[in-house]
Design a protein around this ligand. Sequence first.
Ligand SMILES: *Cc1c(COP(=O)(O)O)cnc(C)c1O
Length: 315
Amino acid sequence: MVTVNDVNQAREQIADIIHETPILTSKELSSLCGNQLFLKSEHLQKTGSFKIRGATNKVKHAVKDGATFITAASSGNHGQAVAYIANKLNVPATIVVPEDATISKLNAIRGYNGEIEECGTTSAERIPRAKELAEEKNGVFIPPYDDPYIIAGQGTVGLEIMEQLEEVDVVVAPVGGGGLISGILTAIKETKPSIKIIGAEPETAQDTYLSLKKGKITSIPATQTIADGLRSSQPGDMTFPIVQKYLDDLVLVSEAEIQQALFFVLERMKQLIEPSSAVGIAAAMFDKLGVREKRVACVISGGNVDVRKLEQLLP
Ligand SMILES: *Cc1c(COP(=O)(O)O)cnc(C)c1O
């Protein structure tokens, strides 16, 4: 299992690449939520999401071990992050994307000199292809969450929160495959276990919620949510035991609540965040956290949206 030591090592590995992102606050948001809210702003991170943390940790290790080629399967934030860091380290990367990927995302990958290969429309088609490409060319496939280096890298968000907000009572973060939350859990629960950690998922993508309830990894059919970073169908083999061991609570939010949260942050705080990032704020706004008058850190996980389609994300 990943330990807080691994997270500390990851922090050293990635320090020259990532930003220590700011904490934003809004009196209006806090009074609306009945808690003091602090937004850990990973939408202002390099490549627009926290994914660069885990990707940098993993790719640096792979390169140190002699990798001369990198692959990943993603059209989203993970693909952008892997393309960025591979380019920075002068290692060629191929990102396997779905045939229906949006142009803006493909352009972002190309902007980082990533090679693009289209394959099917599901991750069940993409992942084997990306692994096969890696094998053919003596490269390394970089998974999106179920990997100790990825988990440790994402956990650096937790270290920064503890330093930036010494008095924090509660941390809320979105849950997709579980890399982000399990990294944060490892960093915080092995340092200051009194801090409460709450995960948030869309009602329509509640695979981790169901898995926790059943006490084992449980998969759900393909999900439909505007939170496209949280469309996982089941938690990871490596992430789920960490979630089971440490997570205090997991709450669900509706699509309409996600839209309201995104709208509030855009209109009042002038911050463009993506729907996957808005689930934690939605949980706080619609009183699902079960706490009052507490200092709550909410992880804003990313800000990559196709601006031309922004209207579809608003209430
Ligand atoms: C990937 C991603 C998530 C989910 O992270 P996991 O590690 O898969 O749980 C949440 N928000 C954004 C913006 C993401 O890109």
